[in-house]
Design a protein around this ligand. Structure first.
Ligand code: MG
Ligand code: ZN
Length: 220
């Protein structure tokens, strides 16, 4: 047991070194990159599908899709207007790491891209522990998951730069106490910028898209 901790630390620091290299490549090409994390079914791919058409006139967006198997999500991203969509099959791993993003970046002509959306594997635990080299980390929560998730997955909520609360159109049908949820978030990540929205109705998407555009402008 006592030997386990140093090994884990070594793996993480090798990952962090490569994450820095990824970030340097993205910066050299002036690409703003976002790591999207969520549990399965929270709406990562749906958010990408709704976001891409709203950015189409302004930004050239590439998508990297992490999944344990299949290329369903990358196909959806390409159909929604991604100029390139790279599928990363993790071969059973339940998260993306910097090596996987490094390999995916090798398949993208970064000079032709303004923004990169990375869809991580659906999982609220280890994706938070593996830096990729993206500029912002965004967590997508959703109403059907329940209002207790900040309390159950503090590591994920603590480490992100923005929070999307998806499926707010379902609030009338589900016992989700928004006050309780937001108190949990505030305790872990005070002042976290939050976007309540619905990928089904389109409500709230404008504020989310505005946040992306402001970040791109700030980076340029
Ligand atoms: Mg997906
Ligand atoms: Zn994992």
């Amino acid at each position: 047991m006592t030997q386990r901790i140093p090994v884990v630390e070594r793996i993480l620091s090798a990952n962090d070194e490569l994450a820095e290299e990824n970030k340097s490549r993205l910066n050299a090409a002036n690409v703003f990159a976002v790591n999207l994390m969520a549990s399965p079914g929270a709406g990562k791919t749906s958010l990408i599908e709704q976001t891409l058409p709203r950015l189409a006139e302004k930004l050239r967006v590439a998508v990297v899709d992490g999944d344990i198997a299949t290329s369903i999500d990358a196909d959806r991203a390409a159909a929604a207007g991604a100029i390139v969509a790279v599928q990363v099959n993790t071969g059973g791993e339940c998260h993306l790491d910097a090596v996987m993003l490094h390999q995916a970046l090798g398949q993208i002509e970064l000079a032709t891209v303004d923004m990169l959306l990375v869809e991580n594997v659906g999982n609220l635990v280890c994706p938070a522990e593996f830096r990729l080299g993206t500029h912002k980390s965004v967590l997508i929560a959703s109403i059907p998951e329940g209002d207790d998730k900040p309390y159950k997955y503090p590591g994920m909520y603590r480490g992100v730069d923005a929070l999307v609360i998806n499926k707010i159109d379902l609030l009338p049908y589900i016992n989700f106490k928004m006050d309780y949820f937001q108190r949990g978030v505030e305790a872990l990540n005070p002042g976290l910028v939050t976007f309540p929205l619905s990928c089904s109705t389109g409500e709230g998407l404008d504020a989310w898209v505005h946040w992306i555009l402001e970040n791109v402008k700030r980076k340029a």
